[in-house]
Design a protein around this ligand. Structure first.
Ligand SMILES: Nc1ncnc2c1ncn2[C@@H]1O[C@H](COP(=O)(O)OP(=O)(O)OP(=O)(O)O)[C@@H](O)[C@H]1O
Ligand SMILES: [Zn+2]
Length: 535
């Protein structure tokens, strides 16, 4: 099975639809930050982008949580959803669609989809027996559980025995088709370790899975048997399709699939890998819907080696962090310090050190210092030189000339940490260059042309770095560009490509001679740990 081609001018991507059993934490923020960075990068390239996020609101876990709080499930969901929205705003995330699975139009899509799968003969009624982790909303094999009867992701939540009539989806019918999908499309699921894991899982034999619940009221009724509600995952995955509808469009599958499908990228954490990499493609095949282009599963943010999760309560409050350090700092840390396919820990001292070293000192100070020297040595005007005047073997030009190509590749392969390191290499080389060349001495010796050449090369390297980092640190990049005499806000994603075009601004050496530069202002203030952390 080969995948359908997508429109090269468009890019659609999704975060998971987060479960609203509790307020968002830094883990939910992590996936959404990555998605936002990719969306911004694709926009910078000039594509039309649709970034979908949202919430998954049905199921037993929500029903119980609402009960515990003494509110209706809908009231509970509405409360939590505002917290997600607030967090996305504070993290400077610019999404296009927020898909809620309790929306009436979603119900229409789920019913139509269910009907297609039913007509395909892929749904039947049978008895379901097994261990159920409510926190995962998933049946588990006995051998998957810990000794205390809990699932490894939720070591404080007992799996519960279930013996009930459910509707099943014939996943077993799709074994060969899924194997074929993975064999023919190595890029369908990344990173490779996850692909191998899933391929082994498929080869091990696929069992039909139940897609209805009999004792859960908080869900959509099964169209042909309303005693049952649709299993939360069957419903939640379809939220990606509902999100594609234009606000005024009638909620039909054809309408939803007409403009943005197939999705270019589903970004998920590895906890929900099977649902996306096995169940989802099989469901789509059954309903005769083409498949998404690519799934990328990132690692976990951990605390003491355990996945941070809402159910475990070992999370970090992102609101506090943003309040203290600002969104650029948080975004930079998580993208630069964590290899996106692997697990990563958060440590606040390390966080502050990294930010101060990279953004305050290496980048911010370099710009400030260079602008100060330009004021002093070039009569306040930009250097009267351009990139073309410098030889190819110039140490900064040599790095800068093909830097963008490498950075584009790292964004496209989600190796953000590698991309940041490469950009930092240019910034560090610039610091070294200025120290070694000592323009202050050359100025005293009357070597004006040389002084201007040095300052130009450094300024241009800072500019290119800021441009390439703009999807990650849009506020800081905007301030840097302002200091270089450009009027651009990298947060106005749809306009950026017109004001500072990608093709031009990803080259080294485009800064014009004689630019009028504003007075130097610090662009990134040093961060400090709160008092109790330093003592
Ligand atoms: N510790 C984490 N590290 C990285 N991503 C996470 C983490 N926790 C949640 N996520 C993101 O959220 C998705 C799961 O969403 P969900 O709403 O179920 O959050 P959760 O905290 O894992 O919930 P719960 O603890 O109730 O299982 C993951 O696939 C991932 O995208
Ligand atoms: Zn679990």
């Amino acid at each position: 099975m080969t995948l359908d081609k997508t429109n090269p001018q468009k890019f659609s991507l999704t975060t998971p639809l987060y479960y609203v059993n509790d307020v968002p934490h830094i883990g939910s923020g992590y996936t959404t930050m990555i998605a936002d960075v990719i969306a911004r990068f694709e926009r910078l390239k000039g594509k039309s982008v649709l970034l979908i996020t949202g919430t998954d609101e049905h199921g037993q876990k929500i029903e119980r949580t609402a009960q515990e709080k003494g509110v209706t499930p809908q009231e509970h969901c509405d409360r939590i959803v505002t917290r997600f929205d607030e967090l996305w705003d504070k993290l400077n995330i610019k999404y296009d669609r927020f898909s809620r699975t309790t929306a009436p139009r979603h119900e229409a899509i789920v019913k139509e989809f269910y009907q297609r799968v039913w007509e395909q003969g892929d749904i039947y009624l049978a008895q379901q027996q097994g261990w159920y982790c409510v926190a995962c909303e998933e049946f588990k094999e006995k051998r998957e559980l810990l000794e205390n009867g809990c699932c490894p992701l939720h070591p404080n939540k007992q799996a519960e025995w279930r013996d009930e009539e459910n509707y099943f989806f014939r996943l077993s019918q799709y074994q060969e088709k899924l194997e074929d999908l993975y064999q023919k499309n190595p890029g369908f699921l990344e990173p490779e370790s996850r692909r191998n894991e899933i391929l082994n899982f498929i080869k091990g034999g696929l069992q039909d899975f139940s897609i209805s619940r009999i004792n859960v009221e908080w869900g959509f009724p099964i169209p042909n048997d309303p005693k049952h509600t649709i299993y939360v995952w069957f419903d939640a995955l379809l939220g990606y399709i509902t999100a594609l509808l234009e606000p005024e469009q009638e909620a039909t599958l054809d309408n939803a699939l007409s403009q943005w499908w197939p999705i270019n990228l589903h970004l998920i954490g590895k906890d929900i890998l099977r649902f996306h990499a096995v169940y989802w493609p099989a469901m789509l095949m059954s309903a005769r819907v083409s498949l998404p282009q690519r799934i990328f599963s990132h690692g976990f943010l951990t605390k003491d080696g355990q996945k941070m999760s809402k159910s475990l309560g070992n999370t970090l409050n992102p609101f506090d962090l943003i309040e203290r350090y600002g969104s650029d700092a948080i975004r930079y840390y998580f993208l630069k310090e964590i290899d996106c396919g692997r697990d990563g820990d958060f440590n606040e001292t390390r966080f502050v050190n990294v930010l101060n070293a990279d953004l305050a000192n290496d980048l911010g100070n370099l710009l400030n210092r260079t602008l100060g020297m330009i004021k002093k040595y070039c009569q306040g005007e930009g250097p009267q030189i351009t990139g073309e005047n410098l030889p190819l073997e110039h140490p900064l030009k040599a790095i800068g000339l093909d830097l963008s190509e490498r950075i584009i590749h790292s964004y496209e392969t989600l190796r953000f940490n590698q991309g940041c390191e490469e950009i930092l290499a240019l910034i560090r080389a610039s610091n070294k260059f200025i120290d070694e060349q000592a323009p202050w001495s050359l100025f005293k010796q009357g070597q004006q042309a040389q002084v201007e050449g040095i300052l130009y090369a450094v300024l241009e390297s800072v500019r290119l770095s800021a441009y390439l980092l703009s999807p990650i640190i849009p506020n800081l990049s905007s301030r840097i560009y302002e200091q270089l005499g450009f009027l651009v806000d990298f947060n106005q994603a749809d306009q950026v490509n017109q004001i500072v075009p990608f093709k031009q601004h990803t080259q080294w050496g485009i800064l014009a001679a004689n630019r009028v530069l504003p007075n130097p202002q610090p662009v990134f203030a040093k961060l400090e740990l709160p008092a109790e952390e330093t003592s």
